[in-house]
Design a protein around this ligand. Structure first.
Ligand SMILES: [Zn+2]
Ligand SMILES: [Zn+2]
Length: 303
């Protein structure tokens, strides 16, 4: 410990710089809740190099905080280093989440995009939920990250979401440290966020749920739809429909090479292809990658 630091009633103050994938993964609300649980005062914020924390309290409480910081860190976070220094006590009374600090010379890890979580899926299909069938649903534990980031630190003004002003309901979630969407940067709903639309052959635009229903109709009638995704356009047709597949193969000039097949979930996939335990784990992990699987012996798809 440094000399010359006054200790009042055994109080101590530490400044931490936490590096790694710690932005956009619920790290600040986690630190906020942990600091309060450990009876510490101070603050936490994002900076270009990661997350900075100042904590003040009794030594045993500080040690408890430091231990649990690593042990209980949020599932999507990945801590690569923690720099700790003792600083002068400030006699803060509370623990706060503060504004981000931007430093030109720093770098931080950015979380990749993450597949939709169970809580969001439940809301998505709940007719009483205000995000019922909202195609861009997300929370601190899931959704886009890397795709929407323009600069660090990872805060709303540095993302492509900066152009969408949150409605009062979304803002209250965003500002509530105990909410699952606290500082979830892509947070929005169908009233204040991005819109989904379908453009038909007639050039007519159809919005929101109608766009999805209209897409289903096109697919059920041998149609092909180009879905704009994060990496370009994705051509979609009904994989069980011989006629639609033939048209897609012709247009793509892909006479026999396999296409990727989208399934609702791994249970549906199991009815179509052979899946071993390792493959199943991959299919269901939060990254939701494309997994190469063997066809079942029973012929379920057209060629
Ligand atoms: Zn979620
Ligand atoms: Zn909203």
């Amino acid at each position: 410990m440094e000399n010359g630091i006054k200790r009042k009633m055994g109080l101590q103050r530490l400044r931490l710089i936490i590096g790694g994938a710690v932005q956009g993964v619920g790290f600040r609300p986690f630190v906020y809740a942990l600091a309060r649980l450990c009876k510490l005062s101070g603050f936490v914020g994002n900076e270009s190099g990661g997350v900075f924390v100042e904590i003040e309290g009794k030594q045993a409480d500080l040690q408890n905080f430091l231990r649990r910081l690593r042990e209980d860190a949020p599932p999507l976070s990945h801590i690569t280093e923690i720099k700790i220094e003792e600083i002068k006590i400030q006699n803060d009374k509370t623990f706060r989440i503060v504004e981000s600090e931007s430093r030109a010379d720093e770098n931080t890890l950015v979380s990749p995009d993450v597949g939709v979580c169970k809580d969001c899926l439940r809301e998505l299909f709940d007719p009483l939920d205000r995000r019922f069938r909202h195609p861009f649903i997300n929370c601190t534990n899931c959704g886009t990250r890397f795709t929407i980031i323009k600069d660090i630190p990872y805060d709303r003004p540095n993302t492509t979401m900066s152009q969408f002003e949150m409605c009062k309901f979304c803002r209250s979630e965003y500002e509530n440290p105990s909410d699952r969407r606290f500082h979830a940067q892509p947070n929005a709903c169908k009233n204040c966020g991005a819109k989904l639309w379908l453009v038909g052959r007639n050039g007519k635009q159809i919005y929101d749920e109608d766009a999805i229903l209209a897409t289903q109709k096109v697919l059920s009638e041998n149609g092909i739809v180009a879905v704009k995704g994060i990496g370009g356009f994705h051509l979609v047709c009904d994989a069980r429909n011989d006629a639609a597949l033939r048209i897609l193969r012709e247009r793509k000039g892909r006479s026999d090479k396999p296409f990727a097949v989208m399934c609702r979930d791994s249970a549906t996939a199991k009815s179509l292809v052979a899946i071993n335990r390792a493959e199943l784990k991959l299919l269901d992990c939060k990254e939701r990658p494309i997994v190469l699987l063997r066809k079942s012996r029973m012929r379920k798809f057209p060629n």
